[in-house]
Design a binder for this molecule. Structure first.
Ligand SMILES: *[C@@H]1O[C@H](CO)[C@@H](O)[C@H](O)[C@H]1NC(C)=O
Ligand SMILES: *[C@@H]1O[C@H](CO)[C@@H](O)[C@H](O)[C@H]1NC(C)=O
Ligand SMILES: *[C@@H]1O[C@H](CO)[C@@H](O)[C@H](O)[C@H]1NC(C)=O
Ligand SMILES: [Zn+2]
Length: 380
């Protein structure tokens, strides 16, 4: 997945360093601020610079982003015979069937991103989530042909495309600050499968792709679709595990929720995505990261079949391995339980490179702030 947010950089009390300098305070702080700003802009440059082939490709991401070599990375292959079956509290979707006031489609050079401005911001809670998560954006991953393109795999099967709907935990205010928290984001992921006929819910969407072929182009929906219009029907059966962003900085802050039922699109509809261009004007024919080691993680599979089984077999209630329905009463326990017994801290500390997703304008702002501070310090 890719996270994109907008950030405002504010500077306070610029030119008062001589006073603080005599007291031995202000200038040092300025130097540290400059240092961190420079680090951030360096990382920012590289985050925009990643790609899916050669020197910029996934095997090189770890050179600039330590998190990309972490132990709890995404995507993964989910082995359906090796998941822990659970019956989590229901996922609660709010605002999913409300058509937004305004919806934009933007080619960011890596994928196409949908942002919306809605009277009711969509939120998701429940299931494996502790707390309320707010919609940030959605985007897609695809491959050169219909035989691959999804990021997560199910039983070594790749789907032609995958949808990522990114939500940040509301208490962290926005997607950028959420990257500093191990439970900062959740991504609702849907796989696509090829159907013989067009999916009419995607008609305007696919048509608009033709307006954003070039990198950094945007187009506005005439009739914004609600989130629900774009999804599959069955929202009960899903896999869930703790992982990372699938693009730099690969922060390990994502509760993944991968729905089992795919969304259907025709070949021509999926093909339309492959006509988009990257920042160098080359066709963006594939933008998925290879699967990463599962490591000590356990993937949960949410289903109601456990309950049905109990109902059918009252005399001999089954005791499926690792499933303790009492523990599922509290929101987080099931997924916490699923974490490694070997490594109680489990999730890595998020890194500073999280801020590398700052948008282009912010980079210049940071540069100007840095130069201003340098001149301030020179005066000191
Ligand atoms: C959509 O794009 C327009 C024009 O660039 C911008 O003013 C608006 O804020 C965008 N809205 C959303 C929801 O992204
Ligand atoms: C899909 O692309 C892969 C990799 O380029 C290739 O090996 C395979 O033959 C292609 N499959 C079809 C059906 O075109
Ligand atoms: C998309 O492109 C078509 C054809 O060039 C044009 O008629 C239409 O106004 C464009 N729509 C948007 C939302 O930019
Ligand atoms: Zn993604």
């Amino acid at each position: 997945m890719t996270a994109t947010t907008t950030t405002t950089v504010t500077t306070t009390s610029g030119g008062h360093c001589s006073k603080s300098y005599r007291r031995g305070g202000g200038c040092g702080g300025g130097v540290m601020l400059i240092a961190s700003i420079l680090v951030l802009s360096v990382h920012y440059g590289h985050a925009q610079d990643f790609g899916y082939d050669g020197e910029k490709g996934p095997s090189h991401w770890g050179e600039q982003y330590n998190s990309c070599t972490g132990k709890h990375q995404s995507p993964i292959n989910i082995n359906s015979l090796d998941v822990k079956k659970v019956n989590l509290p229901p996922l609660v979707f709010q605002g999913f069937n409300v058509a937004p006031k305004e919806t934009n489609l933007t080619n960011n050079g890596h994928t196409v991103v949908v942002t919306m401005d809605s009277e009711v911001t969509p939120t998701v809670s429940g299931g494996p989530l502790a707390g309320m998560y707010e919609y940030s954006q959605l985007h897609f991953h695809w491959g050169d042909n219909d035989t691959f393109g999804s990021e997560d795999m199910i039983d070594n099967h790749r789907f032609p495309m995958e949808l990522h709907i990114v939500f940040f935990k509301q208490e962290y205010k926005n997607a950028r600050t959420a990257l500093n928290h191990p439970d900062g984001l959740t991504v609702l992921a849907f796989f696509y499968e090829i159907a013989p006929v067009d999916n009419p819910m995607y008609d305007e969407f696919i048509a608009l792709l033709g307006n954003v072929t070039g990198s950094h182009l945007s187009a506005r929906f005439e009739t914004p679709p609600s989130l629900k219009d774009l999804l599959a029907e069955d929202l009960l059966h899903y896999y869930t595990y703790d992982g990372s962003l699938t693009t730099p900085p690969c922060s390990e802050v994502v509760t993944w929720i991968d729905f089992k039922e795919p969304i259907l699109l025709s070949h021509a509809q999926v093909q339309a995505f492959r006509a988009l261009e990257d920042e160098e004007g080359h066709p963006l024919t594939h933008n998925f990261r290879p699967v990463q080691p599962l490591g000590d993680r356990v993937v949960l599979y949410n289903t109601d079949e456990l309950i049905k089984q109990v109902e059918l077999d009252e005399e001999h209630p089954p005791e499926p391995e690792g499933v303790d329905t009492n523990k599922l009463d509290t929101h987080k326990s099931a997924s916490e339980e699923a974490k490694s017994p070997k490594d109680p801290s489990n999730r890595k500390q998020p890194r500073n490179d999280a801020v590398s997703i700052l948008p282009g304008t912010t980079r210049w702002t940071l540069l100007i702030v840095a130069l201003t501070l340098i001149s301030t310090i020179v005066q000191c």
